[in-house]
Design a binder for this molecule. Structure first.
Ligand code: SF4
Length: 389
């Protein structure tokens, strides 16, 4: 089917002097994150979610989306990035400083997807939105032939207007539209951020169980509560969710237990919790019938809710790398000290997140920093909300 798109209006480019005034991390349009190499050449968002990561970039006040460069230049930068691997590196689009489905951003989102697809790339591409998605949008999303596209719909169910000014019903409607019209792409209910007392009541959980029927997979996760976000909460008189801030996401054990209990279906022995996942890449991989590209299978306690067929896929694909070869790779990236390969992860020292993710996505095996160990059952999560060992 031929899909025609309306003539698109492109966003104005920021002047070099305006770009120079941005926080350096924000002017950097490519960032390597755990779920993929992330392209962010559009910045600015009017949606005002209180917990937005834009607080970390001093970008929260920029409400009108603006472009740092053309889509063509951005895609060239991405595919020429030193950590980009053709057909392998997962890509994320506009997940840091705007929403990819805002009306003025959407033409850029579709254009970037088209540019990637036209290059014949089969990489995963993740698009995360909480905004409106129409049937016409779905036809465009179905039109890509090569990329493995996943649209993750953020739905929190939070109804505090200071924290979540956008009505969650918009995201719920988008998810249903995406799911009903999915042919070549997949869609995920991205249930986050889960905050005790705010959106983890039995009613909220029942709503998520219901919504999960309109998605190829569901991923649930907690809140990033960093100092910048805590300052915004206290400055705006918002209820503080936690006494402390943390480097990792906070997902308390008690909330998780109640969520797992609500999703559990005794009648379905092959997938007792349905397609429910703790990790983004697990949900994405499952939705496309592949093994997890982050190698979470090494952190076996994460897999205890996974559908059996998916467990087998991951088990078959998961292979510890050769120590000598991975040591040489890590050294070339700047690692210092001993490199170790355990049954859970490759342990390195002296590498920050981008080279660690580069190694991790290359091997499909977790790569951990020796100085920031992950604790049993709290992989990638803050200690807050978990009983001390
Ligand atoms: S088996 Fe484990 S690693 Fe694989 S998708 Fe399931 S939870 Fe993730």
């Amino acid at each position: 089917m031929t899909v025609t798109t309306k003539p698109r209006r492109t966003l104005p480019l920021l002047m070099p002097s305006q770009i120079a005034s941005l926080k350096p991390e924000l002017a950097e349009v490519i960032e390597y994150r755990k779920s993929g190499l992330s392209l962010n050449h559009i910045i600015g968002c009017p949606l005002d979610c209180g917990y937005c990561v834009r607080h970390l970039f001093d970008n929260f006040e920029l409400k009108t989306p603006r472009a740092l460069m053309s889509d063509e230049a951005a895609v060239t930068l991405l595919t020429g990035h030193r950590y980009f691997r053709t057909h392998r590196t997962p890509i994320q689009l506009f997940n840091r400083a705007t929403d990819p489905m805002l009306p003025v951003v959407k033409p850029h989102t579709f254009n970037v997807l088209r540019l990637l697809d036209d290059r014949g790339l089969t990489n995963h591409v993740l698009v995360i939105t909480r905004w409106r998605v129409t049937e016409e949008d779905c036809q465009i999303l179905n039109s890509f032939r090569n990329i493995k596209l996943t649209v993750l719909v953020t739905h929190s169910g939070i109804d505090h207007p200071g924290i979540e000014p956008v009505d969650s019903a918009i995201a719920a409607a988008s998810l249903k539209t995406l799911h009903e019209n999915a042919e070549r792409y997949r869609t995920i209910l991205y249930w986050r951020p889960i905050v005790p007392g705010l959106n983890d009541t039995d009613q909220h959980i029942a709503c998520a169980v219901e919504l999960s029927k309109h998605a190829h997979a569901t991923v649930f996760t907690g809140l990033f509560f960093r100092d910048e976000i805590a300052n915004y909460y206290s400055g705006h008189g918002l209820p503080m969710p936690y006494e402390d801030t943390a480097r990792r996401k906070i997902m308390p054990e008690e909330s998780e237990q109640r969520i797992l209990a609500a999703f559990h279906r005794t009648a379905d022995a092959d997938q007792p919790w349905g397609p429910l996942f703790r990790k983004t890449s697990c949900g994405v991989a499952y939705a496309h019938g592949e093994a997890d590209y982050n190698g979470h299978f090494g952190i076996r306690e994460l897999c205890d809710i996974c559908p059996l067929a998916q467990l087998k896929l991951c088990a078959d694909a998961w292979q510890a790398p050769d120590l000598e070869a991975v040591t040489a790779e890590a050294r070339a990236l700047g690692a210092i000290g001993d490199v170790e390969v355990t049954e859970r992860a490759i342990i390195v020292k002296g590498l920050n997140e981008p080279p660690r993710y580069y190694l991790q996505h290359g091997h499909g095996y977790q790569v951990h920093d020796r100085d920031k160990p992950h604790h049993y059952r709290r992989h990638g999560r803050a200690d807050i909300g978990w009983p001390t060992a």
